[in-house]
Design a protein around this ligand. Sequence first.
Ligand code: MN
Ligand code: MN
Length: 294
Amino acid sequence: MSDLFWLTKTGMHELAHLHFADADASYEDARYAVFGVPYDGTTSFRPGTRFGPRAIREVSFNFESYDPATKIDFSEVPITDLGDLAVSRLPEDLVGQVADVAGDIVRDNKVPVILGGEHTATVGAVRAVRPDVYIVCDAHLDLRDELDGTPYSHGCVTRRVLEAVEDVVVIGARSGDREQFEIAAERTHLYTADTVRERGIGAVLREVREHVAGRRIYLSIDADAIDCCLTPGLGTPEPFGMTPLDIREVVRALAPYAVGFDYVEVAPFDSGQTAAVAAQMVREFIARHWVAGR
Ligand code: MN
Ligand code: MN
């Protein structure tokens, strides 16, 4: 685990904003291990997701530690924050780093919770976690075989995941070229943003949950799944998307089956709303997973 700063072990609690709120457990005691991946090395449009993990952690201190919906207090949940990965420049190396750290966390019987950073990190996490089903909310299909000369671009994430996981569900997509939509139709269960709007997120999630049938899932939320008019702190903004409430329904419904979670692609150059939603979804994930497992 030498790639990580062990902030939780330094005892320097005055650096409160450098860890996620209430993530005060020791690594040994923790059920949830948060780490940041401040990487935006393959960004194709607007850079800045490297600042996402810090913004998510900072705003996490804005919220009460009590969650009235689940009646849990996060201070009573064993969460640790390992800090940020000291990221490599090359995306293939970054994927390997994330796989190493997430693999250690999973072997220690904990749930990895990743703060991004661009979506590339997810490829490493999925390789480590090896879920039965990969479920992603994303404006983009991310099904390119290669982008800007690398197969590990943020635009290739779902394509790489398909090499490790056969069962892939995509929710909220509305962007991709013709080839990607053909691949999506053939090899994924695709619920476009329009489908979510027409059928409602509740109906979509009932179907997804039936499909999952209690199997182990990895849940990845690309922040741009949400309409950029609502959360504009994004590297690749797309309008006509899902709402924060839709995403909360996804997390609430699917967290109980998850063995890994990430919230990625937060480029926090807005009024703070994109990071605020991200921090709340991290809390929502942990709360729903914890309550389901008790
Ligand atoms: Mn993505
Ligand atoms: Mn995206």
